[in-house]
Design a protein around this ligand. Sequence first.
Ligand code: ADP
Length: 244
Amino acid sequence: MSVLAVTDLKKRYGETEAVRGVSFTVAKGEIIGLLGPNGAGKTTTISMILGILEPSAGSITIDGHNVQTERTAALNATNFAAVYAQLPGNLTVEQNMNVFGRIYSVRNLRDRIEHVLKEMDLVRFRNTKAGVLSSGEQTRVALAKAFLNEPKLLLLDEPTASLDPSSAQLVREKIRTYAKNGGAVLWTSHNMHEVTEVCHRVLFVSHGAVLLEGDPRTLPGEYAKKDLEELFITVAREPLSLSE
Ligand code: ADP
């Protein structure tokens, strides 16, 4: 069974059709890359999966629960990290973990906080206000928060965008381990080398629809492109040349 199943999802803002019938699944242990140029509809899709935006049509199930009709069960199995969803900067790292842990009703919260702080190499910052940390450290705090409730589905919007190469590698390793242990990941990134390395499968979104789908290591060759970056540029500039 899929951890995430998105079926014929649509979102309209007035005259703009931001998402036009998107369908895909993410299985246990899978890391899926959601790729596409600015304005393609990625954030709108993620916001609907998180229950922040109401779809105009279509359905989303997480761990077998419909996001619209069984919202609590669906969202309890989910978490996310995104640069635009910053944690309260006036709270310390540990206070943030406490607040979110309570919101998520995490059992044995104290132990769980110790675990995620260690995992994300944040123990030394536990009493530091989140707002004064570097952007890379704040990203690690956001990921620690995202792991708190041991989600079955993790949504990551450019999780390594502000990280130095060493921290980015640490984050990639943590996410890979999470997937190896059965977690499902939907990942957006503009770093095509990273996507090629980390993602099992990618979905290219263009103008609100999935244009291409496949293994990031073999997909470029199928369209006579040398790598994923070259394929991305074609998706962004000449999407019609790729549609069958
Ligand atoms: P991406 O995340 O791929 O950059 P978005 O999902 O943010 O794309 O946007 C998809 C399209 O929907 C864009 O054309 C954007 O301008 C439009 N859009 C996004 N949010 C709104 C909104 N609240 N109101 C009107 N249009 C929006």
